[in-house]
Design a protein around this ligand. Structure first.
Ligand SMILES: Cc1cc2nc3c(=O)[nH]c(=O)nc-3n(C[C@H](O)[C@H](O)[C@H](O)COP(=O)(O)OP(=O)(O)OC[C@H]3O[C@@H](n4cnc5c(N)ncnc54)[C@H](O)[C@@H]3O)c2cc1C
Length: 435
């Protein structure tokens, strides 16, 4: 049962008062309606990889896990749609699509464990947002169980459907507070014939932005990934990945992981390399290693995905995903380090992120675990000062609830509360999360 006591966040773990694992929408509906009748609070659980404490039980909560509601129901290769149960792991869906030379363009390091229901309820981002948008943009339809047990079947497969409110949007990104997603219809995309990956180095953040904008122009819609790793993240990731040796001969201040996809198998490799070469000539890149094999590409991505191993290392007191205007990201990282170092002992902060989507990840270390709460508050306030959003991807959950007003205005929060009250009057679904 232990895995149902906590997600991957730093929220304190607690055993649920009971664990329910329905294996069908009908059973899910039944247990929710019984909980509603008896006013028993419910915590909804997917793959438990969330980083905001949303799936971690709070006092007296009944956990409803979707793990038995797993599997692909239908894959239509002509319409390029996939229907699945909400507890299905993301990786299972990705692999099902690939069998038809299609892709589900949503990818994140927790792919093997996270569920599509969890991805949608947190509106997950990941590494291909630049090209395909966040999880929300992949959804055609949903089936949802409301707080009173009502099943709302909205398994739409049409790209265009403006018949009334687009109800699915209420449940995407609302972190299980308005309903439980039980089934999904997703739009797939054709697989590209060629994927090119490069690990590049630049001397400063400004150059990284120049490279991003130049590649956006040069590679167009084929640019599917652009990840930036600050040197301290890169080095710490290599430390926790002993099987990987640094592919560069010397150290650099910034590392850029670039992915380009195209249907012209041969010319595209040359085109990609010429674009990178041009950036070296312009002085924005100091080095670029183009993957010559799938293994090379996987090795580059392992460094970026090293966050999975890093999150298990000791001393982390805060793990943030922040949205900021792209030109302020580096200033923010410096201001954060300065502010924390002035006030706390043993501060280190590792930075990396999907900067093309304004998204910076910050993993903060400190000597004293007791400082975590103060450090969290300082970070949130600094985000407010920089005009950023307190969460880019992971959601508000329980950890950031108190800071919501730094990113949302009074009228927005009031409307969220109105929706919650109307859809879950007994406040049983994921109580105390988000608002
Ligand atoms: C190593 C690592 C890397 C990560 N990288 C990224 C990243 O790049 N981008 C990103 O966005 N996130 C990332 N995450 C965070 C996490 O993986 C995502 O938030 C994921 O989408 C959560 O899915 P889950 O099934 O594990 O959800 P859970 O952790 O089980 O739940 C998350 C929230 O969704 C609710 N929920 C779960 N299932 C349902 C459902 N069926 N209906 C309604 N509500 C539900 C829960 O109550 C909770 O509030 C990462 C996490 C880890 C550990």
């Amino acid at each position: 049962m232990f895995k149902h006591n906590a997600d991957w966040s730093l929220a304190p773990s607690l055993a649920p008062s009971a664990l329910l694992r329905p294996d069908s929408t009908e059973k899910l509906s039944k247990v929710v309606s019984i909980c509603n009748l008896h006013r028993r609070p419910i915590v909804v659980q997917g793959g438990m990889t969330g980083l905001a404490g949303g799936a971690t039980p709070q006092s007296q909560e009944v956990a409803i896990s979707l793990e038995l509601m797993s599997g692909v129901e239908e894959l239509d290769p002509v319409a390029m749609t996939l229907s699945a149960l909400a507890g299905t792991p993301l990786q299972v869906l990705q692999e099902a699509a690939l069998q038809h030379r299609l892709v589900l363009p949503l990818d994140l390091a927790a792919r093997g464990s996270c569920s599509i229901g969890g991805n949608l309820s947190t509106n997950a981002g990941g590494t291909e947002v630049l090209r395909y948008g966040m999880a929300r943009s992949l959804v055609l339809g949903l089936e949802v169980v409301l707080a009173d047990g009502t099943i709302v079947n909205s398994m739409n497969k049409l790209v265009k459907n403006n018949s009334g409110y687009d109800l699915k949007q209420l449940f995407i990104g609302s972190e299980g507070t308005l309903g439980i997603i039980s089934r999904v219809v997703l739009q797939l995309q054709p697989q590209f014939l060629a994927t090119h990956t490069a690990l590049c180095a630049s001397n400063d953040y400004h150059s990284a932005i120049e490279v991003l904008n130049a590649l956006k122009r040069g590679l167009g819609g084929g640019l599917t990934g652009f990840e930036v790793m600050w040197a301290n993240y890169y080095r710490r990731a290599l430390q926790v990945l002993p099987s990987i040796t640094d592919p560069f001969r010397q150290q650099h201040p910034f590392y850029l992981l670039v992915e380009y996809k195209d249907n012209r198998a041969e010319e595209s490799a040359e085109w990609f390399e010429s674009q990178l070469y041009h950036q070296i000539e312009s002085g924005f890149l100091v080095d670029a290693l183009v993957a010559k094999s799938r293994q090379d590409a996987q090795m580059f991505w392992r460094i970026r995905d090293g966050i999975s191993e890093l999150l298990n290392s000791k001393g982390i007191v805060s793990n943030q995903d922040i949205s900021l205007p792209i030109h302020l990201i580096e200033d923010f990282s410096k201001a954060l380090l300065k502010k924390l170092a002035e006030n706390y002992e043993g501060i280190d902060a590792l930075f990396f992120g999907h900067i093309a989507d304004n998204n910076l990840h910050a993993v903060v270390y400190a000597d004293r675990a007791d400082d975590a709460e103060d450090i969290e508050r300082d970070i949130m306030e600094l985000i407010g000062e920089f005009g950023g959003a307190i969460t880019a991807e992971h959601g508000v959950g329980v950890l950031k609830k108190d800071y919501l007003s730094l990113s949302r205005n009074h009228a927005e929060i009031a409307l969220m509360k109105t929706l919650k009250q109307a859809m879950d009057p007994a406040n049983i679904l994921n109580r105390g999360r988000v608002i």
